[in-house]
Ligand binder design. Structure first.
Ligand code: GTQ
Ligand code: FE2
Length: 342
């Protein structure tokens, strides 16, 4: 018997012996050590999802469901409820006269409004009306409820950083004693204090998350359209801006970076990858995206996920406006974030 075989047998016996004491030899580990995650590219097409939201509306009330949400779970992360290892995505629908009751939780949330007018979210006593294309902020641990005072269903994309709270063992949540909060601050208060390129002179917001509760679509779109007339687009991103916390100049959330980009008709992007796993939502236009070996045709309100470090590239058949959020803010804060234009 060669000494290598003897060593092999000895090592196997050793591994078995230490396993009983909850130890494993590092030289035998088989886990992934390269960039990227287990998540795979996936798309949720509005054409298919919209009728299912309608059926959910017939099956359960918003109050009974607490939130009438269809979770977008990554097929490679079954059982987690997450779309990437760090982020949650869901599609929420609320019918006229419905209320989604008040609660609060450690995770931060964003809303990107897809369809309908007349719904509001109330955050710490301030009502914020939601319109298609708006990006609305719910900072962690703030009381929030939603309602629809309009005449049609309203649908939005929810993005939450739930997995961070879970990992740290810091996921707290609680219900408010009443279904809805009584308004304690006038509508438009946070927009006036923080949303006009002005800030309170004295001590204002101190939180980790943007005090601007709503970033209206009209202004975001106008900025991008103006940019698209000036100079050349980025080879991979077209014209892309990030939503900022006006107090810090940083990302809107401590964990999630949030973006909107404009791809001009005929745009054929360079391949790009970065370590942040990203959820995209097409708001306007038609086109396509290649993610690794996968191709998705894109239409308005389609949601798709580009996992960490997967190369992807865009094509636009019409002017496209595309919303996205990712865990880039957390990665930058912790020194992990990397990108490359391929
Ligand atoms: O609207 O408060 O999709 O707390 C998941 C958790 C939405 C919400 C979700 C939530 C909410
Ligand atoms: Fe919530």
């Amino acid at each position: 018997m060669s000494s290598a075989v003897v060593a092999g047998t000895d090592r196997t016996r050793f591994s078995r012996e230490i396993a009983a004491l909850n130890m494993k030899p590092l030289w035998e580990r088989v886990m992934r050590l390269g960039a990227g995650t287990a998540a795979v590219p996936a798309i949720w097409r509005w054409k298919e999802v919209r009728p299912l939201l309608e059926r959910a509306c017939e099956l359960i009330t918003a109050t009974e469901a607490e939130r009438r949400v269809l979770m977008l779970e990554n097929p490679a992360l079954e059982g987690t409820t997450f779309i990437t290892p760090t982020l949650f995505a869901g599609l929420q629908a609320i019918l006229p006269n419905e209320v989604a009751p008040t609660h609060r939780h450690a995770p931060n949330a964003l809303r990107f409004i897809l369809e309908g007018e007349g719904a509001y979210t109330a955050i710490e006593g301030e009502r914020v009306m939601m319109r298609p294309g708006d990006f609305v902020v719910t900072p962690g641990w703030t009381w929030h409820d939603h309602g629809n005072v309009g005449t049609k269903p309203v649908v939005w994309l929810d993005g939450l950083d739930t997995a961070f709270a879970n990992i740290f063992g810091a996921h707290f949540r609680e219900d408010y004693p009443e279904e809805t909060q009584s308004p304690s601050r006038p509508e438009g208060d946070s927009a006036a204090r923080y949303g006009a390129n002005l800030l309170p002179v004295d001590r204002g917001a101190q939180g980790h998350t943007s005090p601007i509760l709503s970033y209206p679509y009209e202004r975001t779109r106008a900025a991008l359209e103006q940019l698209s007339k000036n100079g050349e687009p980025h080879p991979a991103h077209g014209w892309k801006l990030r939503y900022a916390n006006p107090v810090t100049g940083g990302h809107a959330f401590p964990t999630m970076a949030v973006f909107m980009q404009w791809l001009p008709k005929g745009f054929s992007g360079r391949e790009y990858r970065s370590t942040d796993g990203t959820i995209f939502c097409v708001f306007e236009g038609q086109g396509g995206v290649d993610i690794g070996e996968t191709h998705f045709d894109l239409a308005p309100r389609d949601v798709f996920v580009v996992p960490s470090w997967e190369p992807y590239r865009f094509e636009a058949r019409a002017d496209c406006v595309i919303f996205s959020y990712s865990d880039r803010a957390a990665q930058e804060a912790l020194g992990f974030w990397r990108e490359s234009v391929l």
